[in-house]
Design a protein around this ligand. Structure first.
Ligand code: GUN
Ligand code: ZN
Length: 436
């Protein structure tokens, strides 16, 4: 028997369809109703239209008239073992990996440690309104189990897969070409499309995979066309020069992945700050996606992601925190930093465009929009209740100015996790802020 209906009343904001123009094609309902039954959304519309149909005995009305109801946010690139190492001082990518990242990731060989940190990580996602992540664990297969187990326990849609790295990394973090393929295959069979889980074949980045490993992972990807592929690409100039030295036979960084069959739809490439024209064209042709990680790119001094170029080549872009090179779990703040990265290049990134990149735009890029990224009937009931005017400063800023654009922009510049009152996953409240 399905659960009774729950009707959420509030200011509703979402993008029901794919659009090139999120500023126009947004649905905003000032006094809206979202109806949830069991794990799914069953109705959305004006409260006055919807309420009478659900006025039977079992419909519970939950009043959020002063709050906003939006789809759960999608973070398209972040690292769960790096939760404990946000804000490590002073390095750029390659020395940051050596000095901070690899020593931290070694701890995850202990399954108990990985399980405990997966739970901490998911709590951070939920309190910031993120309901789906494309996540890097560590090289250890148990870290994948830890994350999928934690997500599955609340029916959260999770995308992750064992990090593969067999060269240019500390010995305790190295796998081998065979082990990478065997472990990834076993984990695909165990987790991919089980419940709401999706597997991602995850070579860390070209410098830490041998040709043999990339070859094996490419063959695995060919055998599983609907599995995700995630990796890093063209983040930092030293990294790019290193890839050229390591793979002189290839025509640039992207071509390393491409040669081994790793560039395709559901291929999600973190950063892409310094692509060549040829690489932009190839990304578009292959249907691959970019995860734009502004706080990380600023923090590691990697460069300014050229959103205009991505638009010119029509390469799908999503937003991502890239925790722990990224400096926040909060996707609204991440949009705020993306806005500044664009400002420095005289490019526009409006608040509604930003929201699209972390909801429906991301869901479409990841071929998951039947389930996440929007508030359409039939989608999973993954949504957030947001109070943008949560403190003295924000309530003054938004006083008599509660347009959707003003609200989102204030959220992006001034807010933090205090604006997220509740995070619902598959029809259940998984985070609720304590009353002040
Ligand atoms: N490139 C390879 N590994 C990483 C990582 O963990 N973080 C970032 N930002 N870039 C990477
Ligand atoms: Zn990353």
């Amino acid at each position: 028997m399905s659960k009774a209906s729950q009707l959420f009343r509030g200011k509703i904001l979402h993008f029901p369809h794919a659009t090139d123009n999120p500023d126009e094609d947004v649905v905003y309902i000032h006094d809206g109703a979202l109806v949830v039954e069991d794990k799914h959304i069953v109705a959305i519309g004006e409260y006055a239209d919807i309420q009478p149909a659900y006025a039977h005995a079992h419909a519970t009305v939950i009043d959020h008239r002063n709050h906003w109801i939006m789809p759960g946010l999608i973070d398209s690139h972040l690292h769960f073992p790096q939760t404990e190492m946000l804000a490590c001082y002073g390095e750029q990518l390659l020395t940051w990996l050596e000095n901070y990242t690899f020593p931290t990731e070694r701890k995850f060989s202990d399954p108990n440690y990985a399980t405990a940190m997966a739970e901490v990580f998911i709590r951070q996602l939920l309190k910031n309104g993120t309901t789906t992540g494309l996540v890097y664990p560590t090289v250890h297969a148990n870290s994948v189990d830890a994350l999928f187990n934690a997500a599955s326990s609340m029916d959260m849609a999770m995308v992750t897969g064992k990090v593969c790295m067999d060269v240019n990394s500390p010995d305790p973090l190295k796998d081998t070409p065979t082990q990478a393929v065997d472990d990834s295959l076993a984990l695909i069979k165990k987790w991919h499309n089980k419940g709401r889980n999706c597997y991602a074949i995850t070579p860390r980045f070209a410098p830490t995979s041998s040709r043999e490993q990339l070859q094996g992972l490419g063959e695995l990807a060919a055998a599983y066309p609907d599995v995700f592929i995630q990796t890093h690409l063209s983040e930092n100039q030293q990294e790019i020069a290193w890839v050229k030295r390591l793979f002189p036979e290839r025509d640039g960084y992207l071509d390393v992945y491409d040669h081994y069959g790793l560039v395709r739809p559901r291929g999600v490439f973190g950063h892409c700050v310094h692509l060549s024209d040829k690489e932009w064209a190839r990304m578009a042709e292959a249907g691959a996606t970019i995860a734009f990680c502004p706080t990380s790119n600023l923090f590691l001094g990697s460069g300014l992601f050229p959103l205009d170029t991505a638009r010119k080549y029509e390469v799908p872009v999503t937003l991502a925190t890239d925790v722990g090179a990224g400096t926040t779990f909060n996707m609204f703040r991440t949009y705020g930093e993306a806005y500044k990265v664009c400002q420095l290049q005289h490019t526009r990134l409006s608040p509604l465009q930003g929201l699209y990149l972390m909801t429906q735009g991301a869901a479409l890029a990841h071929q998951l929009s039947h389930s996440i990224g929007n508030l359409n009937p039939g989608s999973h009931a993954d949504f957030i209740i947001v109070d943008p005017a949560f403190d003295e400063l924000t309530s003054h800023r938004l006083h008599n100015k509660d347009s959707k654009e003003e609200t989102l922009f204030a959220l992006s510049m001034l807010s933090d996790d205090r604006s997220i009152r509740e995070t619902w996953i598959a029809g259940s409240p998984q985070f609720q802020q304590q009353e002040k």
